[in-house]
Ligand binder design. Structure first.
Ligand code: SF4
Ligand code: SF4
Length: 333
């Protein structure tokens, strides 16, 4: 049963919790952390070897399909622009209208959600931005400051193709991941242009700029599981999260609980499915971290991201075993 709650189901230690530097995540540390086992190791470095092994699900065709799925996320940088878009393919001049009088926050939230679903969102929730979740620095080591007037986050999920995810860790499953990332880029860029055309500020983002999972929890989209992922009531962890920050005044959603933490205490399906031994087996949540890429000050089962990423490098592509195994992911479409 899904219950709305007044404060999110996670517990933080305010004395320890600090804004997290995105470069501290494994994708950042691989660039500079000489002590890590994955220094300068890319996820696709092993691809040629894996492809020539002849393993099912790792053919050249599978690899090419996976690469194609990432194209929009990886190369269409305008999708994540903080500024008004220019240099359109269309030759039509676009009018700039008067600012839309968005006086009714509840009604505007309904319009935002309707529009997000129209553009392909699976779930949409709205929350006030908690500064703790904004990265202190980005991957280029630049400070991140969100304009003070942007107080709201529109948090959206897109569904991954379940029938592909269950083939994890093959390239077919990686293709479902890439496709969802490209759909995120499509979704946030359309949402940002929608909001800009109403005369308001919009900052679209994928995994960059702010931590997606706590924002999604705050916006009432799910809870944190043992596998370190957002577990949604509708589709478990088989989703990807993107968000748009805005100065448009909106009505926020309440966080939810549907018993994920208690369920995870008695379920270790993701632990069994993880070939990297990266997921904790302890019964109880703790503030312990498992590797330098875990942020401190959050009560949870910290996933050892170092072990996880090392497996991705060996695999020649990412892994979704802990998504496929989760009992909350039931509809294998
Ligand atoms: S993604 Fe794969 S390697 Fe990483 S924690 Fe999940 S199951 Fe383990
Ligand atoms: S597989 Fe089980 S333990 Fe792991 S996140 Fe899902 S419900 Fe929790």
């Amino acid at each position: 049963m899904i219950k709305k709650i007044s404060t999110p189901s996670y517990i933080i230690d305010k004395k320890i919790l600090k804004r997290f530097n995105q470069r501290q995540a494994v994708f950042g540390r691989k660039l500079y952390d000489e002590k890590s086992d994955f220094y300068k190791k890319g996820m696709y470095d092993n691809s040629s070897k894996v492809i020539s092994s002849g393993k099912e699900g790792y053919s050249h065709l599978d690899f090419a399909r996976m690469m194609g799925s990432w194209a929009v996320y990886d190369y269409f940088h305008n999708a994540f622009s903080w500024s008004n878009l220019t240099d359109a393919n269309s030759v039509m001049q676009k009018p700039v209208l008067e600012k839309f009088p968005a006086k009714d926050a509840e009604k505007m939230s309904e319009e935002i959600k309707k529009t997000a679903r129209y553009y392909g969102a699976f779930q949409v929730g709205i929350t006030r931005i908690n500064n703790n979740w904004i990265y202190s620095k980005d991957m280029d080591d630049a400070h991140i400051e969100i304009p003070e007037e942007c107080k709201f986050a529109i948090v959206m999920t897109v569904k991954m193709i379940g029938s592909a995810i269950i083939t994890s860790p093959t390239y077919k499953a990686c293709t479902a991941t890439g496709l969802a990332y490209s759909q995120m880029a499509f979704l946030v860029s359309c949402m940002a242009e929608f909001i800009r055309n109403l005369g308001y500020t919009a900052i679209p983002m994928g995994n960059d700029t702010a931590l997606s999972i706590p924002l999604a929890i705050d916006a009432g989209l799910g809870e944190l599981g043992r596998n370190g992922l957002l577990i949604t009531p509708e589709y478990g962890p088989c989703i990807r999260i993107c968000k748009v920050f805005t100065d448009l005044e909106l009505k926020t959603d309440k966080p939810i609980t549907f018993g994920v933490i208690d369920f995870c205490k008695n379920c270790e399906k993701c632990v069994e499915a993880c070939e990297a031994d990266a997921i904790q087996t302890e019964d109880e949540l703790s503030f312990k971290t498992a590797c330098p890429s875990n942020r401190q000050g959050v009560l949870r089962w910290a996933v050892n991201q170092d072990k996880c990423y090392k497996f991705w490098v060996e695999n020649g592509g990412e892994c979704s075993n802990c998504i496929a195994a989760c009992p909350f992911f039931t509809k294998k479409i």
